[in-house]
Write a protein that binds this ligand. Structure first.
Ligand SMILES: Cc1ncc(C[n+]2csc(CCOP(=O)(O)OP(=O)(O)O)c2C)c(N)n1
Ligand SMILES: [Mg+2]
Length: 781
């Protein structure tokens, strides 16, 4: 049965049936996990039956009828069981995974791109981020389309977010909306599940009075789905407008409480407040309790026809916010109760619910049990859903070939930040696939992170051409800010959270839009903390990008304590999905950037974080052998190799390396064999060390004796050698090295908030200067 041949009323009938099934399956999946599956640890498994119920109509309408293969969706995290139920009906999710909902290997609590099998487009979990992600994905869709970087004739899709109303309390939503306005975003649908309840209770009435206006302010169309078809019909009756006014004026908390109380409660309230209107009296009298409850809770977001009409009413690419009035827990015993967020139906309630759904014992997972429609008809309807028209929706894209080496600037003195700018500038000058696939973005620190030369060559990205006015008026400036659809830099306002969401979306382009991109985002290292949750969110869904953070540490000196980063190397170590490096020299950086572009494209790769510095250092005159390059990628190399069996070594990372070199020269006068180890990545060394230990685990039966890089590096030192580590960051990042072979470490680094100063003063104050290193060596011995 093709969709086109189905009359609207037939479609509506089948959609309502499937909506019932989706409501049942989502509630049952959660119930099963909590009450049927054996519980081994006594911990509540949880799940959100009420939050699922409020979205069952909207999600059913979208997936079974409205969505097309090119659309991409972020589902409100706690509606995950609804999503999985829909995919189960489509045949994309298994009963086994649903039975193991929230258990190891089962369907995930919150939709996950990496852990779920049913083709999740965007992971969600941290409220607010999923919605914003769709906005940045729409920018990526346009970026890729305008440059024809994709895999062929993929039609432009809509980026759809199902958003809880309380998610709009998250500031990142508004940061994203403003950025979206600047970039003229298109093809965005945000459906707000306006159930007027959050986790703790009922949402403040004052807030939503303004929400619609805020969307309109930034160019969105607002479609309000307030009253369902039953209520609209009641309003059309004599005195009906008083009933409408009464509901319009009803505070969120009162409405929710009445929803919970049901028919008798409505009767009492309406009789008390509207008895003077004969028309309303008649409506109240003509409905029994159950009918009155059904009428008074007939909100448009839970009314299939109203929902379908609203979605089908939007046919252009204007970003659209649907404010869908719904009831949290609609159709369930605790509908409307303010404490229902994590409430679960009791076993008795579930028994009643199951009966009401017409489902016999043992048929709980049966796909069409309890539905009135003919199973063959339902199956045909599912098979014809436009959403599935092109099979699996996740795309792939070929790997971009890399040159054997990236261009390496030859300055005798340079900072890693300057080197970064020059390497990119040299890439920009080439006509290569690498140059074409790089896209840069920065939250208003493009120039101060040395992206300027790249942008001058490759241009700013925008939907339409715009000349640089300063240039046209012949005002001299080092920066050319010409905007074109061909541009390769996406300039963002100062909101680091947006940077990470933009990177998250760019870094998934190969899997979402079939276009490989090599995204690079730059920001000041301390402000990683500003967007940390969004960074984590990006890594959680395995997005691939290069994060260039500069300046860093106290080495940015006069900028002062407010801009100095201390804990960021620990973030680099602690963040899964993000491989971090902190090179000292520009030749190392060139090796690491090349490795980064490669690693970002490997199946088992990830994103890369380069912590750079503005401190200009004399560059070593050397050409790196392949082995040295491998060491740099592996995390470190002996700058001054130790004599075998030596008792002392200095380990340095990043901008403080010259201090370590000077200290080493001084120490070597007394201890001829002392070594100087320069690290590029404690993150990589630590991870490989742990992996090597796991490979030797007795229980795994593996006997891989290959030493980890750090074991190999420390091997020449004597068993009880003393090691002094030094870096411009928290010393914990390196102090673990003492555990590798049980050698004693004296770690130097930054543990306090900084302050303004020059490098000599600050290094002295925070004890990472040459004298402090020499002193630490003396103490260690
Ligand atoms: C960043 C973040 N903070 C807190 C939570 C915990 N949390 C999950 S759902 C929720 C309430 C959401 O309410 P709403 O968005 O209105 O959803 P609904 O009413 O549909 O359940 C909260 C606080 C979270 N998931 N993410
Ligand atoms: Mg809510």
């Amino acid at each position: 049965m093709a969709m086109t041949t189905l009359a609207p009323v037939q479609r509506l009938r089948l959609l309502r049936e499937l909506e019932r099934k989706v409501l049942w399956l989502s509630a049952w999946t959660i119930h099963h996990a909590n009450h049927v599956r054996p519980n081994r640890d006594g911990l509540k498994v949880g799940g959100h039956q009420a939050s699922c119920a409020s979205l069952a109509t909207v999600l059913s309408a979208l997936y079974f009828s409205i969505l097309k293969p090119e659309d991409r969706v972020a589902v409100k995290p706690h509606a995950s069981p609804v999503f999985h139920a829909i995919q189960y009906l489509f045949g994309h999710q298994t009963r086994e995974k649903l039975e193991r909902f929230r258990a190891l290997g089962g369907a995930q609590s919150y939709p996950s791109r990496t852990k779920d099998i049913d083709d999740v487009d965007f992971s969600t979990g941290s409220v607010g981020l999923g919605a914003a992600m769709t906005l940045f994905a729409s920018i990526v869709q346009d970026y890729v389309r305008l440059k024809a970087l994709g895999d062929g004739e993929r039609p432009t899709g809509r980026m759809v977010a199902l958003v809880g109303d309380a998610e709009l309390d998250e500031g990142n939503i508004f940061e994203a909306l403003l950025e979206g306005w600047k970039h003229d975003v298109r093809n965005l649908w945000w459906v707000i599940d306006y159930n007027r309840q959050s986790l703790d209770g009922v949402v403040n009435d004052r807030l939503f009075g303004r929400i619609g206006e805020m969307f309109e302010l930034v160019g969105w169309r607002v479609v309000t789905l307030k009253y369902g078809k039953l209520l609209e019909a009641a309003f059309a009756q004599p005195d009906g407008e008083h009933l409408r006014q009464w509901i319009d004026d009803c505070p969120n908390s009162l409405y929710s409480a009445l929803v919970f109380k049901g028919g008798a409660g409505w009767r009492e309230a309406l009789t008390r407040d509207l008895n003077q209107y004969p028309g309303v009296r008649r409506i109240v009298e003509q409905h029994d309790d159950a009918q009155l409850h059904r009428l008074m809770t007939n909100l448009a977001g839970n009314d299939m026809q109203a929902v379908v009409d609203a979605f089908e009413g939007v046919t252009d690419d204007t970003p659209t916010c649907f404010i869908a009035y719904t009831i949290k827990g609609q159709g369930l015993p605790f509908a409307g109760h303010k404490d229902n967020h994590s409430g679960l139906m009791t076993v008795d309630q579930m028994t009643g619910f199951k009966k009401g759904m017409g489902i016999a014992d043992g048929e709980e997972w049966a796909r069409f049990a309890g539905l009135k429609a003919d199973p063959a008809e339902l199956q045909a309807f599912l098979d014809a859903a436009p959403f599935n028209a092109r099979g699996k929706r996740r795309t792939s894209a070929p790997v971009v070939a890399l040159p054997p080496a990236l261009p390496r600037p030859s300055d005798r003195k340079s900072s890693t930040q300057e080197g970064f700018g020059k390497i990119l500038n040299a890439i920009a000058a080439e006509d290569s696939e690498l140059a074409r696939r790089i896209v840069t973005t920065s939250p208003d620190v493009t120039v101060s992170t040395n992206l300027g030369a790249w942008v001058n060559r490759r241009g700013l990205w925008a939907h339409t051409e715009a000349e640089d006015v300063f240039r046209e008026l012949k005002v001299v400036s080092a920066q050319l800010w010409r905007k074109t659809p061909r541009g390769q830099h996406i300039e963002l306002g100062i909101a680091e959270n947006n940077l990470f969401l933009q990177l998250a979306a760019l870094g998934l382009s190969h899997e979402i839009f079939g276009a490989r991109l090599l995204p690079i985002g730059t920001l000041y290292d301390p402000f990683i903390a500003r967007g940390l949750d969004a960074l984590n969110y990006a890594c959680y869904q395995d997005s691939r990008f290069m994060l260039v953070a500069t300046p860093s540490g106290v080495t940015l000196a006069p900028e002062g304590g407010a801009h100095q980063s201390i804990g960021s190397p620990l973030i680099g170590i602690g963040q899964p999905g993000l491989l971090s490096y902190e090179p000292a020299f520009v030749d190392e950086l060139a090796v690491l950037m090349r490795h980064g572009f490669d690693y970002m494209q490997q199946e088992k790769g990830g994103s890369v974080y380069l912590r750079l510095s503005t401190r200009s250092l004399p560059q070593p005159e050397r050409s790196l052998s392949p082995e040295q390059q491998d060491d740099i990628v592996a995390g470190g190399y002996w700058y001054a190799p130790p004599a075998p069996g030596t008792d002392i070594a200095i380990v340095a990372m990043g901008a403080v390396t010259p201090e370590a070199v000077a200290a080493h020269e001084s120490v070597a006068r007394d201890f001829a064999g002392a070594g100087l180890l320069v690290l590029t990545s404690p993150d990589k060394l630590h991870a490989d060390w742990l992996a090597a230990q796991r490979n030797r685990g007795r229980t795994t039966g593996m006997v891989d004796r290959t030493p980890a890089a750090i074991e190999r590096l420390l091997a020449p030192l004597s068993r009880d050698a003393r090691i002094v580590t030094v870096m411009d960051g928290h010393p914990l990042a390196l102090s673990w090295i003492g555990s590798v072979r049980g050698q004693r470490v004296v770690p130097l680094g930054i543990e306090q908030f900084g302050q303004s100063g020059d490098i000599p003063d600050l290094y002295k104050t925070y004890r990472i200067d040459t004298a402090a290193i020499v002193d630490a060596v003396a103490r260690a011995l």
